[in-house]
Design a protein around this ligand. Sequence first.
Ligand code: BT5
Length: 260
Amino acid sequence: MNENSLKKTLSKLNIGDVRYFDSIGSTNDEALAWAATGARDLSIIIADEQTQGRGRLNRKWFTPKGSALAFSLILRPSAALRPHLSRTVGLATLSIADSCSKLGLVPLIKWPNDILLNGKKTAGILIETVWSGEDIDSLVIGMGINVYKTSVPPTELLQFPATSIEDQLGKKMPEREEILKSVLNAFIHWRERMATDEFIDVWEGALSFRGEQVQIHAESEAPIIGELNGLESDGSLRLHDIHDKSIIVRFGDVSLRPTA
Ligand code: BT5
């Protein structure tokens, strides 16, 4: 991946400005600063390597040089999309899932923010907000995708098994830029449909563990256990407990695990 070919590839897409770094702390940090100083809608920061890549709750996200896709998109929501911003994590996960499907893979979304291939984490999303007083000015959508085998961190550093597109594809790999282009195309496609019922239906259809017993862990609370049933219209997760009562899990720093 290099700046010229990347910019050439992305110039065919209807996005904002592009900033590329060989190495960066975190693309989300750079994007938050850029968004706060007026970056255009759908501007993107992309780096070949991150030295301070972040997950949620300041967990680490590993992006070794030459191995992965790590980028942050800046979203300036239109008035029409503002009531649906809680669906943004669905927009991001669906876009990555779509591009994996186009490669012939079978991705599933581990709600809220992971993409699994063969039950293992291949990509994660970190969404952060730039506020303007009480209003949302913009959202920064960070996406980390394990493309080549070398992007997968050692098992002892992980709480959940991880894999890469190359591990799962097992044949000649497309260039990282091609995968990025495909994710951005899917993002543009789904953003236009974000307010529709179709969006929720497709997102729900891509969820991992549907119909299975799962546990949801949130900070300092007892785990919630139930059968994963589907999504509410705002993208919250719906479980059924053993008394067949619905439990709605809102977004937040929750993690989902199968109970088995
Ligand atoms: C995430 O957090 O999964 C969000 C990851 C977002 C990364 C992107 S890269 C571009 C942008 N810039 C950033 O600085 N961040 C975003 P979470 O659900 O909290 O998962 C974090 C956990 O995933 C860590 O505690 C590790 O166990 C595991 N992990 C770290 N690196 C990984 C990797 N490359 N592949 C799979 N798992 C990983």
